[in-house]
Ligand binder design. Structure first.
Ligand SMILES: *[C@@H]1O[C@H](CO)[C@@H](O)[C@H](O)[C@H]1NC(C)=O
Ligand SMILES: *[C@@H]1O[C@H](CO)[C@@H](O)[C@H](O)[C@H]1NC(C)=O
Ligand SMILES: *[C@@H]1O[C@H](CO)[C@@H](O)[C@H](O)[C@H]1NC(C)=O
Ligand SMILES: *[C@@H]1O[C@H](CO)[C@@H](O)[C@H](O)[C@H]1NC(C)=O
Ligand SMILES: *[C@@H]1O[C@H](CO)[C@@H](O)[C@H](O)[C@H]1NC(C)=O
Length: 356
């Protein structure tokens, strides 16, 4: 009897919620038509089979509507369907209230169309892991509301347009795993609220020192596997950083001692560069450090003694440098692999051979 009672309450609640005026509104005719046009342009893929004219488009798979009495379409997600090919359909511009457009893990190809710039409400553009090619249109940086641009894992070529320095705050940029070339535009260093940026695995060259600065709000700066070439000595790391990867570039100079002020730093990777000088002794103040990789450089001196205080350390890779002296004993250090200390001038002690 008890279960019957509970389920009748549930049925009553369902009845009440479905009779609220809010959910009696449906999507607008114009949004519905634009979505049906998108479906046709994409060749009526199976993943969009719920998109049928007889139903409220706010109930369609991947369609997200706002809550006011007109139920505007504000989000569209088309993802995980490799049978979707061809270019990005122009009909997306018919969705006048769209704030977030996601087309990811599909076979969509062709260029990133400049018509996206005309989407007045668009704040977030996720076009990662497709087969997009050609250059990033310069106009994109001037899209009126855009602050998040994820174009990673495509086949984009050409330079990063300097207009991306006009993206709105707070700014999130991921262009990694493409074939972008040329220098990083200095306008990106002037973005007042650049929060996260990943430009890894492209063909970028030249200076990136303008992305540094203690007062920048960057939390994640990832520049790995390019051909960037600049002097790291004396630069200041953004003090909010929790993750920085500048590995596999042609960066030279020394590791700035200011690193110890980056209180929340978790991951530091500067491996495969041309750094010399010492490991800053005060990195031991970075209480939350998880991984520290400076392997494959020309560092000298010894390993800072208090490294044993770092409680969360999972990797401390100093291999392939010119370090010398006893490896500090205690903390996490002896649980690390000897490979992380190998190929130095004269490091000794566990996990390597005892000092003579
Ligand atoms: C409903 O939302 C749309 C798009 O977000 C907006 O343009 C419109 O002003 C809103 N209407 C009301 C009554 O809030
Ligand atoms: C990507 O697009 C090119 C044509 O631009 C095509 O030849 C290739 O097969 C596509 N690759 C995938 C994985 O869809
Ligand atoms: C640092 O970057 C290199 C490649 O640039 C990568 O192979 C290595 O795994 C990274 N180190 C850590 C600790 O993630
Ligand atoms: C190492 O840490 C201890 C406290 O844990 C402190 O007293 C000492 O001054 C530190 N030494 C260096 C060289 O930072
Ligand atoms: C350094 O060692 C760590 C931990 O073993 C590993 O994850 C990382 O990939 C190594 N770095 C390089 C450049 O091989």
């Amino acid at each position: 009897m008890k279960t019957t009672h509970i389920s009748s309450i549930c049925i009553a609640l369902l009845f009440i919620s479905s009779s609220l005026p809010l959910s009696s509104a449906t999507c607008t005719a114009s949004d519905k038509q634009s979505l049906l046009d998108i479906k046709t342009s994409l060749g009526n893929p199976k993943s969009l089979s719920s998109w049928t004219p007889a139903t409220d488009c706010c109930d369609w798979y991947g369609v997200d509507c706002g809550f006011n009495n007109t139920k505007p379409v504000i989000g569209l997600t088309i993802s995980g369907d490799p049978t979707i090919t061809g270019p990005i359909p122009r009909s997306v511009t018919g969705l006048k209230t769209l704030t977030s457009l996601t087309i990811t893990n599909t076979g969509i190809s062709g260029p990133i169309p400049a018509f996206i710039t005309s989407m007045q409400a668009l704040e977030a553009l996720y076009l990662y892991s497709n087969n997009l090619s050609g250059p990033i249109p310069a106009s994109l940086g001037n899209a009126p509301s855009l602050n998040l641009l994820y174009l990673d894992h495509n086949r984009l070529t050409g330079p990063i347009p300097s207009s991306l320095g006009n993206l709105k705050p707070p700014t999130y940029i991921k262009l990694n795993d493409n074939m972008l070339s040329g220098p990083i535009p200095s306008s990106l260093g002037a973005l007042p609220m650049l929060s996260d940026m990943d430009l890894s695995r492209n063909r970028l060259v030249g200076d990136a020192s303008f992305l540094f600065g203690a007062s920048k709000i960057l939390a994640s700066l990832l520049l790995a596997e390019n051909s960037l070439e600049f002097d790291l000595s004396g630069l200041e790391f953004p003090e909010n950083l929790d993750k920085i990867d500048i590995s596999s570039n042609h960066i030279y100079g020394t590791i700035p001692g200011q690193l110890n002020k980056v209180k929340n730093l978790e991951n530091f990777n500067a491996s495969y560069n041309r750094l010399h000088g010492v490991i800053p002794p005060h990195v031991t103040k970075l209480k939350f450090l998880l991984t520290f990789d400076v392997s494959h450089n020309s560092l000298t001196g010894s390993i800072p003694a208090n490294i044993t205080n770092l409680r969360f350390l999972q990797a401390f890779n100093v291999s392939y440098n010119g370090l010398c002296g006893q490896i500090p004993q205690g903390g996490q250090i002896q649980s690390l692999s000897p490979d992380e200390f190998s190929h130095n001038k004269c490091l000794c002690g566990a996990p390597l051979e005892p000092c003579k």
